[in-house]
Design a protein around this ligand. Structure first.
Ligand code: UDP
Length: 320
């Protein structure tokens, strides 16, 4: 297929672009390089340096058959401090993109939604029927787009899939996570093993979990990416599907720390700190719907996710 990938210079977008190219698709990446890296765009993909807000002239007459839309702001704490960035980029930007798609008669979109749309649910595991109640502008902006896409499917026959990511980690060879600032658990823990800092921080040891630290569902990025290819195949005109993507297994922060210690052979000293504002106790996905609708199943366990993230970090350090 002839595909447009927004945000293909970022972490997940670059991994999925590499998978799409390997599967034989013709891929063009559109990215404003605000947080992504030009060198992260896989060889073989065309590149357009533009904001999604200005995507219209790049979509018209190009014959794209589908858009995979990764470009977004995605830091919870930033969204609390500066919500305008999230409404402007995630909602206004996506509105411009889907209007450009409508003008260009592009029938299909796969959208990166998030578990943050559920807020702090009592349910575990979280299903797609769990009520949405986002507790920050990041989750609210993604939920607004989910609603936007649903309305376009009903009114204009768009085929849309909102994939609600839980936590994502790991790498695919030279495509991996390179955020600045880095806020995510696995790269922060590994950066201690890599000698970039002296100790990691555990945010919150008084959660109601087995060891007091927060529980999350860490999916390997290549398993996540495979679901996008399957979602493309399953897309149906006029239908909006919302599908959770996670392993269905929860790990506490301390369990992830143990996995990082095992993989790296480094002691990774940890400082215990208060909870990070807005962090729920537990976010674990039900992936029953993804299995049923997409025929998808996660294949890689946490140890592999950590090992691939570690391999990627060492590649980055070796290249410096
Ligand atoms: N966390 C931590 N230390 C860090 C980064 C994260 O203890 O350096 C915790 C965080 O409070 C949360 C979990 O690890 O409970 C996962 O955080 P991350 O930022 O990776 O993903 P989130 O679940 O916030 O999307």
């Amino acid at each position: 297929m002839k595909l447009l990938v927004t945000g293909g210079a970022g972490y997940i977008g670059s991994v999925v672009t590499s998978q799409l190219l390997d599967a034989g698709h013709d891929v063009t990446v559109l990215d404003d390089l605000s947080t992504g890296h030009r060198e992260a765009v896989p060889e073989g993909a065309d590149f357009i340096h533009a904001r999604i807000h200005d995507s219209r002239p790049h979509l018209l007459g190009r014959g794209f058959e589908a858009v995979l839309h990764f470009a977004a702001k995605s830091l919870v704490s930033e969204s609390v401090a500066a919500p305008q960035l999230y409404w402007e980029n995630n909602v206004a930007g996506t509105f411009a993109l889907v209007e450009a798609m409508r003008s260009a008669s592009i029938p299909t979109v796969i959208f990166s939604s998030t578990a943050a749309t559920y807020g702090e649910p009592a349910d575990s595991p979280i299903t797609e029927q769990t009520p949405t109640n986002p507790v920050n502008a990041y989750g609210a902006s993604k939920l607004a787009v989910d609603h936007m896409l649903g309305s376009y499917c009903r009114a204009h026959g768009l085929a849309a899939t909102s994939l609600r990511y839980f936590n994502v980690g790991g790498a695919r060879g030279r495509f991996g996570e390179l955020h600045s600032p880095e806020t995510h658990l696995i790269p922060n823990l590994l950066s201690v093993a890599a000698g970039r800092s002296d100790a990691c921080r555990i945010f919150g040891t008084d959660y109601a979990t087995t060891d007091g630290t927060a529980l999350r569902d860490y999916l390997h990025v290549t398993d996540l990416g495979r679901a996008h290819l399957l979602a493309l195949e399953a897309s149906t005109a006029g239908v909006h599907r919302i599908i959770n993507l996670g392993t269905g297994e929860g790990y506490t922060v301390r369990q992830v720390l143990d996995a990082c210690r095992t993989v790296t052979g480094h002691a990774i000293p940890a400082d215990e700190e208060p909870r990070r504002p807005g962090d729920p106790t537990s976010l674990v996905a039900s992936n029953v719907l993804a299995r049923e609708v997409l025929g998808w199943a996660p294949e890689l366990a946490l140890e592999q996710t950590v090992a691939d993230a570690w391999d990627f970090m060492q590649r980055v350090d070796a290249a410096r």
